[in-house]
Ligand binder design. Sequence first.
Ligand code: PAF
Length: 278
Amino acid sequence: MKVVSELLELRSVRSGLESPVGFVPTMGYLHEGHLSLVRQARAECRSVVTSIFVNPTQFGPKEDLAAYPRDLERDLALLNREYVDLVWTPEPETIYPPGFQTWVTVEEATQRLEGALRPGHFRGVTTVVTKLFNCVDPDRAYFGQKDAQQSLVIRRLVQDLNIPVKVIVCPTVRETDGLALSSRNVYLSEQERQAAPVLYRALTAAQLAFLDGERQAEALRKIMSDTVIAEPLADLQYASCADPDTLIELESRVERALLSMAVFFRKTRLIDNLLLEE
Ligand code: PAF
């Protein structure tokens, strides 16, 4: 496994990789969710490239970039075990050179849900992903369903800018109690960790109601929010039942929907989602 940080070195090693090249962009502090993306890339591609870059521009002013967990040595050991060919760990100045002023924005899909609550977040994501794609030049790129809106926004980006990358969205990986894996789970206290599967309980309660015939979007949102409100350590930010393609909140009969939610446990904000289909 080659580990490079300079762009010239990345381009030189990349040019010798066999196609198709699968790419897994990450912000590091890897867990089984990331590794499942790497494994899918490994299964489908001749070469696998991963990037590790904690992207400052996708953090809001109140979100603590400095405290974001990092452990490069452990990340590299994990990637080595998955037979990754190339890891790129760019310096911030490579991605954002002095005088940087060019941004990529996806207009509509970023206005709702996470985008509405985290202004500027998706502009940071779409800009860095465009730059990573330009530098790595992959054939396929792997993202997690856990960040459903991010995946949708990146699909839109790739389509709108004719970027020749196939976007693959892989299933959410969960702990045995249903908690979706996230680098942020390490911030949870022991008690909060016990309480955190309430997100999945809320989503699956709404899913069960849907499977039992409940088709009213408002009723599904209420099932999710009632479940979370009953957990004293959880502070619900939103419970959404939205069109999975546009993310517009559904107001009437539901045939397909993205159920999604964000919940605070003190300062730790967790998100999760499930797709409903008739
Ligand atoms: O999902 C993430 O880890 C990040 O948003 C990404 C796609 C690596 C961009 O920084």
